[in-house]
Write a protein that binds this ligand. Structure first.
Ligand SMILES: [Zn+2]
Ligand SMILES: [Zn+2]
Length: 306
């Protein structure tokens, strides 16, 4: 199986501190790199994790609170100074396009690379990005301003040819390509060997659900994320601040765990911790009785997807 993982670059909410940075994550699918949110200091964390960040293909921003995008213009500028030429895709709420433009305009900077901006419509659920390896859908979450979750899913992979069948029927290479795309094989005497007899299915596509800055949505999120191998869900607060979580459109650790259970995911990671919490063990103590396979999305940690 090809490697598919997410590395946490920032786990804090609201402000950067010495030990925790605002939200940012790096998705790596077989050395294709994608960035999810870009809080202040993201490029420093990319360096700390030895990521060749000129290779990032696309950046996905959840919403327009600064702790999710204040690092973006700095990162774009560094890519420019380092001579990036490959185009970059930015998927984000449409307000961000004007902000990037005005920052570049004020500095009289013309980036060394093309950037394709794909604006998100509030409350939408569409495919926002696709390449040969990955398919990304956004989905609405519920926050003080429009906010988007993302489901990152591997593309369906072609089935494996059964080697013994290739030998048995002397199947030429040109037909193997067709069979892998769903076809069968006709023998000279007219006998038809169906696709299923010639192939074994590949592993099912793995997926990662990114759900940040939201009230808990145990009824809505299964529609978009059911059965994901890994789910990141924000847990800004512990039980002691449940009222505050509701008022600020955030979730507690327990609520995040209940959402993970409702979505029947394999593993849950928690992040977007309020700065008020200096130790984080209690997030696990509170979450695990509701969803056992829970971990903390801390800076520098890498989680395998599937
Ligand atoms: Zn936030
Ligand atoms: Zn927010």
């Amino acid at each position: 199986m090809v490697p598919f993982s997410v590395t946490i670059l920032g786990s804090n909410s609201a402000i950067p501190t010495l030990h925790r940075k605002p939200t940012s994550q790096l998705l790596n699918l077989n050395e294709r790199l994608y960035l999810i949110d870009c809080g202040e200091g993201t490029q420093v964390e990319l360096r700390r994790n030895h990521v060749k960040f000129l290779r990032i293909k696309a950046i996905f921003i959840s919403h327009m609170h600064g702790d999710h995008y204040f690092g973006l213009i700095g990162l774009l500028n560094s890519m420019h100074l380092l001579g990036r030429t490959k185009p970059l895709v930015i998927v984000a709420p449409e307000e961000l396009k004007r902000i990037i433009h005005i920052q570049l305009l004020a500095a009289n900077t013309r980036l060394s690379f093309e950037w394709e901006f794909r604006p998100l419509t509030p409350n939408s659920h569409t495919v926002v990005f696709e390449d040969s390896a990955l398919r990304v859908q956004n989905f609405p979450v519920k926050h003080r301003i429009p906010c988007h979750g993302y489901l990152f899913k591997e593309q369906e992979r072609e089935p494996h040819m059964k080697k013994e069948m290739i030998a048995k029927y002397s199947i030429p290479a040109v037909d193997i390509v067709k069979i892998k795309k769903g076809g069968g094989f006709a023998l000279n005497d007219g006998t038809y060997i169906p696709h299923e007899k010639l192939t074994t299915p590949n592993d099912p596509p793995r997926s990662y659900a990114f759900c940040t800055d939201t009230l808990p949505l145990p009824e809505e999120l299964p529609k978009y994320t059911k059965g994901a191998n890994l789910m990141y869900h924000e847990a800004t607060f512990l039980n002691d601040q449940e009222d505050r979580a509701k008022k600020t459109y955030h979730s507690t650790a327990v609520q995040a765990a209940k959402v993970a259970k409702a979505c029947a995911v394999d593993q849950l990671i928690l992040g977007h911790f309020s700065t008020r919490y200096t130790t984080l063990d209690t997030f696990l103590t509170e979450a695990k009785p509701h969803f056992e396979n829970t971990d903390l999305a801390l800076e520098g940690r890498t989680f395998e997807i599937g």
